[in-house]
Design a protein around this ligand. Structure first.
Ligand SMILES: [Zn+2]
Length: 246
């Protein structure tokens, strides 16, 4: 009888109490505190160091830390959106494509989050941990990217890089026909207006209207200028953001 109880007790300690965070192999309290399958360390007294229940397919997919590809996707999309925002009015097609891709990636993230939440409700506290927080890095990269766009960072960088080339063009007293002038000024593919030598329209920028930069050294005291189909908002010194209405 005694031996039977003893055996039963021994059997109890050999019963798996949890599952490895890395490979989800069964863990027993005996031994050196390392998973016998992959060697990951665990502490039977710390609920954060093991899964209390064997994670199912959803948990294996969505509770594991994301791969580098996850962050690279968001990083790439953020850079793409910033590149699409460096022109006045933005390169609309690129903005639509980048925005659409971000919505898809963000939707996937939301799916992961909801799945994790369901697993959390089903299995208790295995959801929370530093490992799962890595999923937030991707969306945080996007938020930083959107903040930089909101602060006009891309267009200011594009402008400051292209400024000297643009100023050299508008300083020409006899610019010649638009076809003979450079197709690119700094980072901008440019289209010229035969009637306004101080107007540099960016190819592909804007939506219905044509957008670009206009150099107005004689407009003082106001940050807004309107003349015919041209509308302009002061951007930097004598340079205005231009919109040519359709
Ligand atoms: Zn393991």
């Amino acid at each position: 009888m005694d031996t039977e109880i003893q055996e039963h007790e021994v059997g109890t300690t050999r019963t798996p109490f949890g599952f490895c965070l890395k490979c989800t192999h069964e863990l027993i309290a005996e031994g050196d505190g390392r998973c016998s399958e992959c060697g990951l360390a665990f502490n039977p007294r710390s609920r954060r160091s093991y899964y209390a229940f064997q994670p199912g397919w959803m948990a294996k997919r969505f509770l594991a830390p994301p791969g580098v590809l996850w962050w690279l996707t968001f990083l790439f999309l953020s850079i793409y959106l910033m590149a699409a925002s460096y022109a006045p009015g933005g390169f609309l097609i690129a903005e639509i494509l980048g925005g659409f891709a971000l919505v898809v990636a963000g939707g996937f993230y939301l799916l992961c989050l909801i799945s994790s939440l369901l697993v959390h409700l089903r299995f208790g506290r295995i959801w929370w941990g530093a490992r799962q927080l890595w999923w937030l890095v991707g969306p945080c990269i996007v938020l930083i990217g959107l903040l930089l766009i909101f602060l006009q960072f891309p267009i200011r960088v594009g402008f400051s890089y292209s400024r000297s080339a643009m100023e050299a063009q508008v300083a020409l007293t006899a610019p010649g026909p638009p076809a003979s002038r450079p197709a690119w000024l700094g980072l901008y593919p440019v289209r010229y207006d035969g009637n306004r030598p101080n107007l540099l329209l960016v190819r592909g920028a804007g939506f219905i209207n044509s957008n670009g930069f206009v150099h107005l050294p004689n407009v003082e005291g106001t940050d807004y200028f309107e003349e015919g189909d041209l509308r302009a908002w002061r951007f930097d010194g004598d340079w205005f953001l231009a919109e040519l209405q359709f």
